[in-house]
Ligand binder design. Structure first.
Ligand code: FES
Ligand code: FE
Length: 440
């Protein structure tokens, strides 16, 4: 597989026959690879923008960068959620400088052009300065193609993107359903996002977020703390990793007393337990025992290519990951919860989020430190490749296997080489791996 410029030769070495999967480390460090990712992945793919609950009212908006582009996700006065370019069609200034709010219109601070919350240009000061050919309708905010699945809003900057959102999501819809089904009235993002970053390539955070192999080693401190409290039963756990097609992957750790919140964390007060169990019992009424068990009885990490991670474990953490440069990324982190949650459980959820997967929790600082350490390690160019072959020999890869990361890289490789994304690749990778494994 060749990249014409700038990296000579192969980047992804996918060899199911020999159960070997390696990635050239220049994929994490090379500025030209990062530039090509922008045009071949972030300018074309469906990208996660936010959750519908972040814009609950007419006129609610959030502004953020998605795939390196400033956008505004706004619910117009007509009730429709749009993803608008946050750049004035006049001379380019950001038309919205607040991270969130509610407005009937956006006024560009440079020359006061005013746009409705649906993106139309509605006011231009001193309009007699323009000729007869100047039409306000030619100068609305750019509207990006967007769509949502069960409350999760995505956009693509490629009007010609051949896939619908649902086609792009492929097998990941199964996991988004498992999350969205956790409330009868709907899920909501808990107000307030945490914006942070890492001096590491964005793909390292995607890989890390779906990597369970590191848990016992890297998060020793947390594991031994929990074990010292005796709140986590030391039973044997199983689980599996899955490739979900089009670069998406997941792993599931079972059994786990996980819904609505993990029972085993140190913050868990016994008096709330019966209310938690009552909530879990309602899942059985709604979905029957089997599906209820699937929803409540597992910890999950879901990776949606290229920029979304949902970790549905101790609570639900959503991470939107954006490249800044080859060696730098920004991360937006929020917690998702049932809208109709018991207030005491909600308080616990917030502390679970902050104390574990938040940027200053037990886990995330370890993760960021280690991926920054990987990025530094790549400076020693003697070692050309990273290995991601764990679990290739298995019929059903376990949670600690690297199947989701391989699925991510296979899609990365296809898109970086202008592969036809319409071609159905769902589950092909697993089959290929199994054949390789059997031949062995
Ligand atoms: Fe926005 Fe001039 S740049 S009004
Ligand atoms: Fe971790």
């Amino acid at each position: 597989i060749e990249l014409q410029r700038p990296v000579d030769g192969q980047i992804v070495f996918d060899d199911p026959e020999n159960l070997s999967f390696r990635v050239d480390r220049r994929a994490y460090t090379d500025d030209d690879v990062a530039a090509q990712e922008m045009t071949k992945i972030f300018d074309r793919c469906w990208l996660y923008v936010g959750h519908e609950s972040e814009v609950p009212e007419l006129g609610s908006y959030v502004s953020r960068d998605v795939g390196g582009r400033p956008v505004v996700m706004a619910r117009g006065s007509d009730g429709v959620i749009r993803v608008l370019a946050n750049s004035c069609p006049h001379r380019g200034a950001l038309i919205c400088s607040q991270s969130a709010g509610q407005a009937r219109s956006f006024r560009c601070p440079y020359h006061d052009w005013t746009f409705s919350n649906q993106g139309d240009l509605v006011g231009v000061p001193l309009p007699d300065g323009y000729g007869p050919g100047f039409r306000k309708s030619d100068f609305g905010l750019a509207r990006h193609r967007s769509d949502s699945y069960r409350g999760f809003v995505f956009a693509t900057f490629d009007p010609e993107q051949p896939l619908t959102l649902t086609e792009h999501l492929a097998g990941a819809t199964e996991y988004l359903d498992l999350i969205a089904d956790q409330s009868e009235v709907g899920m909501e993002v808990i107000q307030g996002a945490q914006l942070h970053g890492a001096r590491a390539n964005w793909k390292l955070m995607m890989e890390n977020s779906v990597d369970i192999y590191h848990f016992r080693a890297l998060h020793k401190r947390y594991v031994s703390y929990i074990e010292s409290l005796g709140t986590m039963a030391p039973r044997r756990r199983g689980g599996f990793a899955r490739a979900l097609g089009r670069g998406h992957g997941a792993n599931e750790l079972v059994p786990a007393a996980a819904r609505p919140l993990a029972y085993w964390t140190p913050m868990f007060p016994p008096e709330v337990k019966s209310r938690m169990e009552a909530t879990a019992a309602r899942f059985v009424e709604r979905f029957g025992a089997e599906r209820a068990q699937r929803i409540t009885g597992a910890n999950r990490a879901l990776m949606i290519f290229p920029n979304l991670m949902i970790i549905d474990a101790i609570g639900i953490t959503i991470r939107k990951i954006d490249p800044v440069s080859a060696g730098q990324m920004s991360i937006t982190s929020v917690a998702l919860a049932p809208q109709d949650e018991d207030p005491d459980i909600r308080e616990l959820r917030k502390s679970h989020y902050l104390t574990f997967l938040g940027p200053a929790g037990f886990a995330t600082p370890d993760d960021i430190e280690i991926i920054e350490s990987c990025q530094r390690g790549y400076l020693n160019r003697t070692l050309r490749h990273s290995d991601l072959s764990r679990g290739m020999a298995k019929e059903v890869p376990e949670t600690t296997d690297e199947l989701p990361a391989r699925e991510f890289w296979r899609q990365w490789d296809r898109l970086m080489h202008d592969g036809d994304d319409r071609e159905e690749n769902h589950h092909l990778t697993q089959r290929a791996e199994r054949q390789g494994g059997q031949r062995r």
